[in-house]
Write a protein that binds this ligand. Structure first.
Ligand SMILES: C[S@@+](CC[C@H](N)C(=O)[O-])C[C@H]1O[C@@H](n2cnc3c(N)ncnc32)[C@H](O)[C@@H]1O
Length: 287
């Protein structure tokens, strides 16, 4: 990227935004703003109030380095290493799924389904915890709850442990590095999962930000995207207490197929929730 020497905040933002736009990056303006703020060590407020402030050589070098990475389609959250999720700030690590805003709908569905029980000493199982986003958000909202978070990936388990500790939640959560095919303690009042749900054959067609930076283990749901739902359905009776709740994130076109899988094991459908774009995203079940 060619930035004029001593470019101002406004000039740097404009140049980077134009470059990202040319590279076909849809969110070019907001990405440029976030990267300039990080490179210059300023807030959005500084950016608005002092657009003419010149960048020093170190700040412009930081920005060049960020721009190179973004042009290789690395997501801004991975470049910066953090992501706001729910009311929390999470560390985003390589080889661990970058938690998505859509998954906040899963947290909302859990809290709504729990109702007044959010204040009780409930137990939560988070299957495929990744960065720990869901369990951390739930524990932050349910002050007496305790949870077990499970992930097959050692990088994910380490990331979840790190995030829970950083948020002072680790005394109420245990992270297990294992598969949901391995035995788990139980039963739980709430079982929640955002499992891998992309068809194997479609992973290569996803945006480079996803298929080149999120781990395959977090995306690949098998030939029809439904392997994890079948695995969870087979085991749900041993994990869920008699009055427990199951909440699942699903792909936008999967509601019908996932409904059939869980109805076949006798689960009771409680509801379906859409994400902010209006796509089916979270399903709520009981036994
Ligand atoms: C879509 S990601 C969700 C991550 C996180 N819950 C979130 O919402 O950001 C799915 C997670 O499931 C994990 N996973 C895949 N297969 C698994 C298995 N058999 N047992 C346990 N975890 C698994 C992946 O490593 C990944 O972290």
């Amino acid at each position: 990227m060619r930035l004029p020497a001593h470019a101002s905040i406004a000039q740097a933002t404009e140049s980077l935004s134009a470059l990202l736009k040319e590279a076909g990056i849809a969110e070019h303006h907001s990405d440029a703003r976030r990267l300039v703020c990080a490179a210059f060590g300023i807030t959005h407020i500084d950016m608005v109030l002092r657009p003419d402030r010149k960048g020093g050589p170190e700040e412009l070098a930081n920005l060049e380095a960020f721009a190179k990475r973004r042009l290789l389609r690395e997501p801004v959250t991975r470049i910066l290493g953090t992501r706001g999720f729910w009311s929390l700030e999470l560390t985003v690590r390589p080889h661990v799924l970058d938690p998505r805003p859509d998954t906040e709908v899963v947290v909302e569905a859990c809290l709504d389904a729990l109702g007044a029980r959010t204040g009780d000493r409930i137990s939560i199982l988070d299957l495929g915890t990744g960065s720990g986003a869901i369990i951390a958000a739930l524990l932050s909202e349910c002050p007496l709850a305790r949870g077990i978070a499970v992930d097959l990936s050692s990088e994910a388990a380490a990331a979840a442990r790190h995030n829970l500790a950083a948020l002072a939640l680790s005394d109420r959560a245990i992270v297990l590095q294992q598969s949901w095919f391995d035995p788990l303690p139980g039963p739980f009042d709430l079982v929640v999962s955002n499992p891998p749900y992309i068809n194997t054959g479609e992973i290569g067609d996803l945006d480079p930000e996803v298929c080149e930076f999120d781990p395959v283990l977090a995306l690949d749901g098998g030939f029809d995207g439904l392997d994890a739902y079948r695995a969870i359905a087979e085991r749900i009776r041993s994990w869920l207490s008699h009055d427990g709740i199951l909440v699942l994130e699903i792909g936008a076109t999967q509601a019908g197929a996932v409904k059939t899988i869980f109805e076949n094991v006798g689960a009771r459908f409680l509801g379906l929730r859409q994400d902010y774009a209006g796509h089916d995203r979270a399903m709520v079940w009981a036994l």
